[in-house]
Design a protein around this ligand. Structure first.
Ligand code: NAI
Ligand code: OAA
Length: 328
C-alpha cells in the first residue's frame, strides 16, 4: 500500500452530492482499494458546521484508508498540496431553470478556486468540475490557473454517459456491460448529444438495433433532460447518481479505461471533430498513463454533425457570456 495519502479536496462538502460522495471516497472507491486518502472539505462559513457533522460520521465509519479530514472555509488551506480537486460546491438549479441560468450565480466561485489551485495544489493535481454549468465553470477555473496544464481541468458528463447506457440497456433488454463505446458530445446541458451511431451492443452498432423515431424522439431527449426529470420527481437535483459519476470519472482518469471501450468526459478541445480549441467539451475519451485522450477517426454523419455543432455552439455562447462578465 502506498505510504503517502492522496489529498482529495471536495468543495460543497456539506451539500447533497458531498454527502453521497465523501463516504465512497473514504472507502477507496475513488482511487482504488489500496490507496490511502486524506480529505479536505471546503464549505462556505455558514455550512462549515454541517460539514463538521459529516466529518464526525466519516470518523464513525472507521475507514481503514482514511488518513485525516480537514474542514475549512479557506481556499488556500483546502487546495494546499491537493492531488484531486472535486469542485462540487455551487447553487443547484430548481424546477424551470436551465443549467445556463446558473452561469452568473456560480461563475464567481470558480475563478478564485482556480487561482488557489494554481498557487497551492500539488504538481499532479487533477480537477473535476461538477457544479453547474460544469463545462463553463471548468473553463473559468482553468483560465485562472495558467501554471497548471490545461488538460488537468475537466467537467463531468459521466452522469449523462451512465444515463445513456441505462436507457439503451433497458430498451434492448441487455446488461449495461453489453454496451461499449457510448459517447456524450458537447455540453452538460439539454443540447448534449448522446451518440448511438458509434455505440456497440454485442459488436453491432446500437443505432441499427433501435428504430429511428425512438432514437430521435425518446432516447436523446430522455438522456438530455434527465436532470430536469429528476428535479421534477425528487424536488431536488440528482445527488447519489452525480456522486457515482464523479467516482467513475476520477477512477478511470487515474487508473485507465478498459481496452476495447471508451467513456465520455468534458476535456479541453484540441480542435478534434471541429470543436474549437480550448472549449471544454464532452468527447469520446480513453485514459492512458493517467491522461485523457480523445478517440480519433470516428466518422460523423450529417445528423450527428448537426447535433454536435449545436451543443458546441452553446458552449461558445457560454464562453462569450463569461468573457463579458469578466470571469475569464
Ligand atoms: N455535472 C453534473 O452532472 C451534475 C452537477 N450538479 C451540480 O452540482 C452542484 C452541487 O449540487 P448539490 O450538492 O445538489 O447542491 P447543494 O445545494 O446540496 O450543495 C451545494 C453546497 O455547496 C456549498 N457551496 C456554495 N458555494 C460554495 C463555495 N463558494 N465554496 C464551497 N462550497 C460552496 C453550499 O454551502 C452547499 O453546501 C450544483 O451546481 C448542481 O447543479 C448536480 C448533479 C449533476
Ligand atoms: O440537472 C441538474 O440541474 C443537475 C444535473 O446537472 C443533472 O442531474 O444532470
Amino acid at each position: 500500500m502506498p505510504e503517502t495519502p492522496v489529498k482529495v479536496t471536495v468543495t460543497g462538502a456539506a451539500g447533497q452530492i458531498g454527502y453521497a460522495l465523501l463516504f465512497r471516497i473514504a472507502s477507496g472507491q475513488l482511487l482504488g482499494a489500496d490507496v490511502p486518502v486524506k480529505l479536505s472539505l471546503l464549505e462556505i462559513p455558514q455550512a462549515v458546521k454541517a460539514a463538521e457533522g459529516t466529518a464526525m460520521e466519516l470518523d464513525d465509519c472507521a475507514f481503514p484508508l482514511l488518513r485525516g479530514i480537514e474542514i475549512t472555509d479557506d481556499l488556500t488551506t483546502a487546495f494546499d498540496g491537493t492531488n484531486i480537486a472535486l469542485l462540487v460546491g455551487a447553487l443547484p438549479r430548481k424546477a424551470g431553470m436551465e443549467r445556463g441560468d446558473l452561469l452568473e450565480a456560480n461563475g464567481g466561485i470558480f475563478g478564485p478556486q482556480g487561482k488557489a489551485i494554481n498557487d497551492h495544489a500539488a504538481d499532479d493535481v487533477r480537477v473535476l468540475v461538477v457544479g453547474n454549468p460544469a463545462n463553463t465553470n471548468a473553463l473559468i477555473a482553468q483560465s485562472a490557473a495558467p501554471d497548471v496544464p490545461a488538460e488537468r481541468f475537466t467537467a463531468m458528463t459521466r452522469l449523462d454517459h451512465n444515463r445513456a447506457l441505462s436507457q439503451l440497456a433497458q430498451k434492448l433488454q441487455v446488461s449495461v456491460t453489453d454496451i461499449k463505446k457510448m459517447t456524450i458530445w458537447g455540453n452538460h446541458s439539454a443540447t448534449q448529444y448522446p451518440d448511438l451511431f458509434h455505440a456497440e451492443v454485442g459488436g453491432k452498432i446500437a443505432a441499427e438495433l433501435v428504430d429511428e423515431t425512438w432514437l430521435r424522439e425518446t432516447f436523446i431527449p430522455t438522456v438530455a433532460k434527465r436532470g430536469a426529470a429528476i428535479i421534477e420527481a425528487r424536488g431536488a437535483s440528482s445527488a447519489a447518481s452525480a456522486a457515482n459519476a464523479a467516482i467513475d470519472h476520477v477512477y478511470d482518469w487515474v487508473n485507465g479505461t478498459p481496452e476495447g471501450d471508451w467513456t465520455s468526459a468534458a476535456i479541453p478541445s484540441d480542435g478534434s471533430y471541429g470543436v474549437p480549441e480550448g472549449l471544454i467539451s464532452s468527447f469520446p475519451v480513453v485514459s492512458r498513463g493517467g491522461k485523457w485522450e480523445i478517440v480519433q477517426g470516428l466518422e460523423i454523419d450529417d445528423f450527428s454533425r448537426s447535433r454536435i455543432d449545436a451543443s458546441v455552439a452553446e458552449l461558445g455562447e457560454e464562453r462569450d457570456a463569461v468573457r463579458q462578465l469578466g470571469l475569464i
